[in-house]
Ligand binder design. Structure first.
Ligand code: SAH
Ligand code: SF4
Length: 349
């Protein structure tokens, strides 16, 4: 993969600058122009000498991702961009405007190996990990688009395509940049990693880069979760919840968000809601119910509004704050689990 400017941490930029016989402070200037001012090319970075800019352009180009398709929802509040990587893979990123914030939903892999049975990304299998630069490039591009609308980017969720904790080192490199005040300066509380529950990596995240955490629970017992989230066979619910409790000791927020997709007749009964209450009642948490977003061939249906509301009532009555996720970008296939890209299924070749 060709190197590009978004791949380098500040210390790596300093090495590069030094190797090219320039003063170290040039690295910091460059870093600020790339990640804070969101420059689109070296011609904008006029603080640097022209000669240096030419070398940079040749060795560390800006283009990491090329936007190939843009879709806005009718209400103009949600944008999905389809990007192409240098090696021809495609991935998707979503930008969502709310009255009080602008959130980017970032992809970390093309496809996903976890293979949750209700997820379009999971069904395509893992094509490859995204590099840190490819994650950063999504944020840069969306931050620019938000800025054009006069809106700063305030929140980031790792809820696009892929399992963030399965691409750990690249994830942490990208997150460090997002949190750096000299770069994107996002608050730890406003950066959320969502995971299907890779327990050892969850412990490493706690040590290396604690940010807000969302855990895709989707079922209150192992028998059902084994079917919906196959990684459960390796890291069953009890181990996962123990890791969640350890995570809380370092987390920037004092609760964990549990995500629970609402699948009609599968995991949405009142009895299961009660079982869920018993399971999580001793963990500081919030529940986020996600109405299933259908896609062709999924074999699942979305629970009815009434069922979701009954499920929510059981949790609320037990004192667990439970929200129902407002489905965003349904009409442009940008809702949760619909970000399958347009990648050919390599396994069939
Ligand atoms: N891989 C991570 C993050 C990705 S998606 C994870 O699994 O947590 C963010 C959320 O959307 C997850 O809770 C995921 O389970 C859920 N999701 C996946 N497919 C969905 C679908 N078709 N409808 C609704 N939610 C879905
Ligand atoms: Fe992967 Fe998350 Fe989809 Fe499961 S829900 S297949 S972990 S992207």
């Amino acid at each position: 993969m060709p190197r590009n400017i978004y791949e380098l941490r500040l210390d790596e930029l300093e090495d590069w600058v030094r190797d090219h016989g320039e003063a170290a402070y040039r690295a910091r200037q460059l870093y600020g122009w790339v990640h804070k001012h969101l420059a689109t090319g070296y011609d904008e970075v006029t603080v640097l000498p022209k000669r240096l800019r030419e070398t940079l352009d040749a060795e560390l180009p800006f283009a990491a991702l090329t936007p190939i398709q843009e879709l806005w929802t009718d209400d103009g509040e949600t944008l999905k961009v389809l990007y192409q990587t240098a090696d021809g893979q495609t991935l998707e990123t979503v930008l969502m405007f709310y009255p009080d914030r602008a959130t980017v939903c970032v992809s970390c892999q093309v496809g996903c190996a976890v293979g949750c049975s209700f997820c379009a990304t999971g069904l395509m299998g893992l094509q490859r990990n995204l590099s840190a630069g490819e994650m950063v490039a999504q944020v840069v591009d969306m931050a620019r688009r938000a800025r054009e609308k006069g809106r700063p980017l305030t929140n980031l969720v790792m809820m696009g395509m892929g399992e963030p904790l399965a691409n750990f080192e690249n994830l942490v490199t990208a997150l460090d940049l997002m949190l750096d005040d000299d770069a994107y300066g996002l608050s730890r509380r406003r950066v959320t990693v969502s995971t299907s529950g890779l327990v050892p990596a969850l412990d490493r995240l706690r040590e290396r880069c604690p940010v807000a955490l969302a855990v895709s629970l989707h079922a209150p017992n192992d028998a059902l979760r084994d079917v919906l989230v196959p990684i459960n066979k390796k890291y069953p619910i009890r181990d996962l919840l123990a890791a969640c409790e350890r995570y809380l000791s370092a987390a920037p927020r004092d609760f964990i968000t549990f995500e629970y997709v609402m699948l009609n007749g599968v995991n949405d009964s009142v009895a299961l809601a009660r079982e869920l209450v018993q399971l999580v009642r001793n963990i500081p948490c919030k529940l986020n119910l996600i109405p299933f977003n259908a896609f062709t061939g999924s074999g699942y249906e979305r629970s009815t509004v009434e069922t979701i509301s009954d499920f929510q009532d059981v949790l609320m009555q037990a004192g667990i704050i439970t929200t129902i996720r407002k489905t965003r970008g349904d009409d442009i296939a940008a809702a949760c689990g619909q970000l399958a890209g347009q990648v050919k299924d390599k396994t069939r070749r």
